[in-house]
Design a protein around this ligand. Structure first.
Ligand code: ZN
Length: 501
């Protein structure tokens, strides 16, 4: 076969696989937004059959052969071209997938699907011992998975799954710097005059909240012709192709900002997916580069923009018009401080910006210790509670609000949590760069203009999809690797002002 022919064949096969994956995504979107509860069983089979088919197709000898044959070609052409990058990324993924035996993949899928239900029960009963044997099994399977790869640290292959190229030792170094500084900031806040946010907890009409969020993300540039928003228990973004990137949110009548911040968070993810070069569509390059980079985009829109004073200078009068009885007498400063109130708490998903990363650090330390075998699963709840006390000064009264709160471990997602914290750091690094490239960014936000910002992100980050490694993109855009200093500067500036310390 000629090179041209081989390349066409490879793309055809990859297109088919992407079609299957996007169909799985549609099933999954439906499951979380529309499906009646009775559909769960059949849906489980459908998703598992199609996912298995996509995996089988991707690891086929035919794709392996084509990638091998095309390697010389990929080394001749421009290394940044779509073709060279497609071959490079697919070869890396092919190698990764081929190392893991199919029966191990199947066993992980089977154990985690059972463990999910057990975790749900254990959590509602606050009974860790019920979940314990499943978690022990999952950890043992994750160790077996890691052993399929060469590594410096046994946690490396797990981290690499979510954040290609990132090493355990790098994350540990970053977190070490973050930890002491963040604990210091939280202590200083604790000793300062506290902020009132009681006005946020009134009755706010759900439809009006929904419409307000729609207005905001429309102004951010979310493309409704290529997307839609629905309600779900856990907000998420899902890509069904270049022309269809959907988001969800949830609305609480007694909390005026929860739905809005969920919407702006998911909009950040969606703008990333909507901004990917259409030429990469239906190939493995047609999605975001990594979990951390994705999270940097959602955090940028949720925190750096939507929790900023500049944003509210534009939007607060509109929110007051929407809820005159509740907010008419609350001035902008009081509102701004209220939505940025810091309160060390037990639950990660409810954590504020200043304490959030500490929740992640607790999980990272636990995961590493469990994988290394230096922590026994039976001792996990005590270790967890002790760390929460150390870092956040709070002690979970039970396992439901402690070690059982997150779904991730029951799904076998070890290595996932750190990407949340890294996303925060990357968002701040990008933000510093943005302020240099767009000197009037502040005044644009104050006047509700987000077009130039979105174009900058599209040009520098979004359009590339998975063409470049996440670390490479961060370095190209910000001039340095993932680094905690920009984030710490941001936290310190913001909270010394709000809490006057
Ligand atoms: Zn997110």
């Amino acid at each position: 076969m000629e090179v041209e022919e081989q390349l066409t064949k490879l793309k055809e096969l990859l297109n088919e696989i992407e079609d299957i994956k996007n169909a799985v995504n549609l099933l999954s979107w439906d499951q979380q937004t529309q499906m009646p509860p009775g559909g769960a069983n059949d849906r489980g089979y459908q998703v598992s059959t199609l996912s298995g088919l996509a995996h089988q197709k991707f690891t086929s000898p035919e794709i392996g052969q084509l990638l091998q044959d095309l390697k010389p070609y990929s080394e001749q052409v421009d290394p940044d071209s779509n073709d060279a990058r497609l071959i490079k990324v697919c070869s890396r993924e092919f190698e990764k997938f081929s190392r893991v035996p199919t029966d191990l993949v199947a066993e992980i899928a089977q154990v985690t699907s059972e463990a999910y239900g057990v975790w749900e029960e254990a959590r509602s009963e606050s009974n860790f011992s019920k979940f314990q044997p499943y978690l022990a099994k999952i950890i043992s399977l994750r160790r077996q998975y890691a052993e399929c790869f060469p590594y410096d640290h046994i946690y490396d292959p797990l981290l690499d799954y979510y954040e290609p190229g990132l090493k355990t030792v790098e994350v540990q170094q970053i977190f070490k710097i973050l930890r002491s500084k963040q604990v210091e900031i939280i202590q200083a806040i604790g000793e300062s005059q506290q902020v009132d946010d009681s006005f946020l907890k009134q009755e706010f009409d759900e439809n009006k909240q929904w419409e307000f969020g729609v207005k905001v993300i429309s102004q951010f540039g979310y493309d409704w012709k290529r997307g839609r928003q629905d309600k779900s228990t856990h907000p998420f973004t899902i890509r069904l192709g270049h022309g269809d990137v959907r988001i969800t949110t949830r609305v609480f009548p007694d909390n005026v900002t929860s739905a809005l911040f969920s919407s702006t968070h998911e909009c950040g993810h969606a703008l990333y997916e909507q901004g990917i070069d259409p030429a990469l569509n239906r190939t493995p390059l047609g999605e975001g580069a990594s979990y951390a980079l994705h999270e940097s985009q959602s955090r940028l829109y949720e925190n750096l923009i939507s929790r900023s004073r500049d944003f509210w200078i534009h939007f607060y009068p509109k929110l007051q018009e929407t809820f005159p009885a509740q907010l008419g007498n609350i001035d902008l400063e009081t509102f701004y401080k209220g939505i940025n109130r810091v309160q060390p708490s037990l639950v990660r998903v409810e954590a504020d910006e200043a304490t959030y990363n500490l929740h992640i650090m607790v999980r990272l330390e636990m995961e590493i210790a469990l994988m290394e075998g230096s922590l026994e699963v039976a001792d996990l709840p005590d270790a967890w509670n002790a760390r929460m006390q150390d870092y956040l000064g709070v002690s979970p009264p039970d396992d439901r609000l402690g070690v059982l709160q997150d779904v991730h471990w029951s799904s076998g997602y070890f290595g996932y949590f750190p990407t949340y914290a890294l996303g925060n750091l990357i968002a701040s690094q990008i933000w510093e760069r943005l302020k240099i490239d767009m000197p009037d960014l502040t005044s644009q936000i104050r006047s509700g203009q987000f077009g130039e910002l979105r174009e900058w992100l599209r040009l520098n980050i979004h359009q590339h999809g998975m063409k470049f490694d996440p670390q490479e993109i961060v370095e190209r855009v910000t001039g340095s690797k993932v680094d905690p200093s920009a984030y710490l500067r941001y936290l310190e500036d913001k909270y010394t002002e709000i809490y006057a310390f």
